[in-house]
Design a protein around this ligand. Structure first.
Ligand SMILES: Cc1cc2nc3c(=O)[nH]c(=O)nc-3n(C[C@H](O)[C@H](O)[C@H](O)COP(=O)(O)O)c2cc1C
Length: 182
């Protein structure tokens, strides 16, 4: 029987879903069966499907990761910790080198893991996206200002992905190897 990876994710504008779908496809190519669980649709009281390894993915918004992911991980922390596991952190901070941004990101991660009562074996940082076309007027203005401060794209007529898909594929291949040899 092939090994099974569970990918639990949270998303606001869809970038983390897209990232997780891409990881799932890569795992499948390497012979690892992947099941995606959108934490927003999952009842934390319902047992998770059986798995041999897991990826927990969430995106950073205003200093916090999705509560739906937190709730699901908290309820299943022991099962997740018992098998190979990784936290996939999606943010804009990960796209840059700003020390203050990274300090903030590390603090948010620490808060999340403390509340979830789970520490992943590994954290994979993934740069997210500016999804200007999906923001309302005020969010678009805020995100444009943040982009300007960071030297990121400010053309709000379209979306901008900062995700490094090659790096993500390399991560997925490495995780698949770990799962297959576990
Ligand atoms: C309202 C808002 C707040 C955000 N806050 C942060 C933040 O505090 N730190 C950060 O690094 N990225 C922040 N981001 C960037 C998101 O993490 C990034 O856009 C990511 O791609 C969102 O993924 P999602 O579409 O899966 O939710 C924010 C984005 C939005 C729209």
């Amino acid at each position: 029987m092939s090994k099974r990876a569970l990918i639990i994710y949270g998303t606001h504008e869809g970038q983390t879903r897209k990232i997780c779908v891409s990881v799932a496809e890569r795992l499948q190519q390497k012979g690892v069966a992947a099941t995606l669980v959108d934490a927003a649709d999952a009842d934390p009281a319902t047992p998770l499907p059986p798995f041999d390894a897991s990826i927990v993915a969430a995106s950073l918004h205003a200093g916090g990761f999705q509560h739906s992911v937190l709730r699901l991980v908290y309820r299943n922390a022991a099962a997740i910790a018992a098998k190979p596991n990784v936290f996939l952190s999606v943010s804009l901070s990960a796209a840059g080198e700003d020390e203050e941004d990274w300090r903030g990101l590390r603090k948010c991660l620490d808060d999340f893991f403390t509340q979830a009562e789970w520490r992943p074996q590994r954290i994979e940082h993934v740069a997210g996206a500016f999804r200007y076309t999906q923001y309302d007027y005020f969010k678009r203005m805020i995100m444009k200002r943040i982009a300007k401060e960071r030297g990121a794209p400010v053309d709000t007529s379209r979306d901008w992905e900062l995700t490094d898909w090659d790096k993500l594929a390399a991560f997925a291949d490495c995780f698949a190897d770990q799962v297959l040899s576990s």
